[in-house]
Structure formats: structure tokens, C-alpha cells
Design a binder for this molecule. Sequence first.
Ligand code: TK8
Length: 338
Amino acid sequence: MSLISTLSRCLVLSAGMLAFAAPAHAQVQERTIRFSIGPAEEHPASHGARTFADLVKKASGGKMEVKNFYNATLGSDTQAVAALRAGTLEMVVTSSSPLVSLEPQFAVFDFPFLLNNEREADALLDGPVGQMLLDKLAEKDLIGLAYWENGFRNLTNSRRPIDTADDIKGLKLRVMQNPVFIDTFQALGANAIAMSFSEVYTALETKTIDAQENPIATIDTAKLDEVQKYLTITRHTYTPYVVLVSKKFWDDLSAEEQNILRTAAMEARLEQRRFSRQAEAKLLEGLKGRGMVVAELPAAEVDKLRQAAQPVIDRFSQEVGPELVAKLNEELAAIRKQ
Ligand code: TK8
């Protein structure tokens, strides 16, 4: 083989390699992605969003910019989800609960006392049932990228300490816009009122409502201690956050851009969950320090809540489909054995 032909082969080869490498850049365009976040800037969801934005920036060589909007400034969870579907907003991190009006099967995550701890939550959400539900959202013009943590929910109110299940009776209690939550708290004897989270502080302040329920980090970062005296640790439901992209926007992205977003949301989820869990104990101390009266609901009373909620779970199990519920319970049984 002559030197010339060897050289030209090398040239062809490196040109080929260049051609192979080049599309990696060509397929990533300058993009601005608006990301709607309901809670305040200090909330773990917001920490997750910042982690996500950094990862996207790095992976795209600075071409894709995620702009975070905290405190529901781009709309409540339901408004933001509607905007994603219409293609007028790119991303939102929302509790799964308001999605039930779009995809009823998400109601399984709202079943009271479904999960006992964070390990079970991670394994279930990152497992086949979790993925199946995320995938279903494509039919609703939404792309579900990952589950992040909101956390186990607890009860707050301005009226009285909740020492027994009966103490919940008669409270005007805000719940998310979600039928399982409405029916559960009705079954517990509260007057359940559905509203967006972004309206809760004012509704508590003006005494339109007495009570609400949310994880510690949400109670803390929304400063609900200013308008709620009593915090009862009930850990009654673990509602996950879902990181969503507008399908209209998604369909315009290259495979590589899609991959950058998906990978970043999955990677950020680990840091987001870590941050959320590490924050909880400290935030609870802070709430106590600022004057909240905190008490754990005794186990026997939690059992009463469980019993009162069971008919609601049974009814919604029929509605979402007994096969899905059976599959979920099978997965949970396997997770508990690990
Ligand atoms: C924040 C909400 C919130 C949720 C609720 O946008 O609505 O109570 O728990 O975290 O998604």
C-alpha cells in the first residue's frame, strides 16, 4: 500500500469519525425551557429543579437553558399542566394527585397508608407500575420523565390539637383537587374542600378553611406555621411529584435533546430525594421552634383512620381496575420481602 493511499485512508477515516461525531452537536439546538414549580425556592422540589437545570446545561454544552419559576408564578399545578398540554409551557413538576382527572389510574398513589416508608416509595415508583403510569401520560399530551419526592403528608390546623381520629371531625380541610383525597377526608368526618395549593395560605389566613395536609417541607417553605398552630404527624399518604414535559414541545426535540432531558430528570431525582429526606428532621425542629404544637397521632388512632379510609380504597380500586391494584400489591409485597 502506497503512502498516499494510506494517508488518504486515514483522512477518510477521520472524516468519517468527524461525520459521526458532528451530529451530536447538530442535534442539540439553543432551547429555553420554562419549568413551573408550585412551591417556594427553598423547597426540595425547587432544589431538584435547579439540579436538573445544571445537568441539562452541562449535557447540552450550554445550549439548553432551563428557567425555573417558583411559587406557581406560571400558574397552579392544574393550570400549568393544562398549559403543557396546549404547548404554551414546556415543563412542570406537580404532585401526581391533580393528574387523576386526566389519568384516573394515578389514583393508586393517593390511597391512604399505601406506603410505609421512603424505600417502598422509591422501589414502587421506579418499578414497572410507576413506569407504566408515566408512559400512559403520552395519550394526554404529556411526557412523564421521573418521580421526585414530595413526601409523606401530615395534617395541620388552626383549631385544636388532633389527639384522636375523632378530632378531625368538622374541620374545614383543604385537599388537593383529587377525588381520593376528597372522599377520604369526608370519610374521616372533615369538611373536605378542594383547591390549588397556591391558594392555601390565603384561605388559611382568612379562615376560609381551618386545616390542610402536606409534607413537612411544604408546610415549612410555604410558611404555613404563620397561619396554623397544630401539626399532627399522620404520614397518611405519600404523594410523589411527577416531572412533566409538554408533548407538543417534546415532539419537536431531537432524540438527543430528549435524551438529555430524560437523563437529567432521572439523575436529579436521586439528589432531589436525598435533599428532601435530609431536610425533614431539621425543618420539623424549625417549625416547633417557631411555635407550632407538634404531636404524633397515636398508632391506635392511626388504625382508626385506616379503617375509615378502607371503603374509599375499595371503591377506587374498582374504579381504577382491580388488575392494576393487584399488580401494585404484588410489587409491594415483593419490595417488602427484599
Ligand atoms: C405544589 C403542590 C403541593 C401539593 C399540594 O405545587 O397541592 O398540596 O402537595 O406540593 O404540588
